[in-house]
Design a protein. Structure first.
Length: 65
């Protein structure tokens, strides 16, 4: 089961995680923002869960506006 992490702090340009369409990401352990060293507080959800789909929908809305 794939889980997505939604960081409470915006990712910087140094972020090398796999960004997901829901606004979450799959953390890369080498990422200076979200890697194993930092262990930042993030909201986790399962891929394609209601939370994930909601995130995808709200991002789609924002893009068309
Ligand atoms: Zn990152
Ligand atoms: Zn997601």
């Amino acid at each position: 089961m794939i889980r997505h992490a939604v960081p409470y702090v915006a990712a910087s340009d140094n972020c090398c995680c796999a960004i997901q369409t829901c606004g979450g990401l799959i953390p890369d352990s080498d990422c200076p923002d979200h890697g194993a060293k930092k262990e930042p507080v993030m909201a986790w959800h399962h891929a394609d869960s209601p939370t994930c789909l909601e995130g995808q929908a709200s991002r789609r809305e924002r893009r068309t506006r």
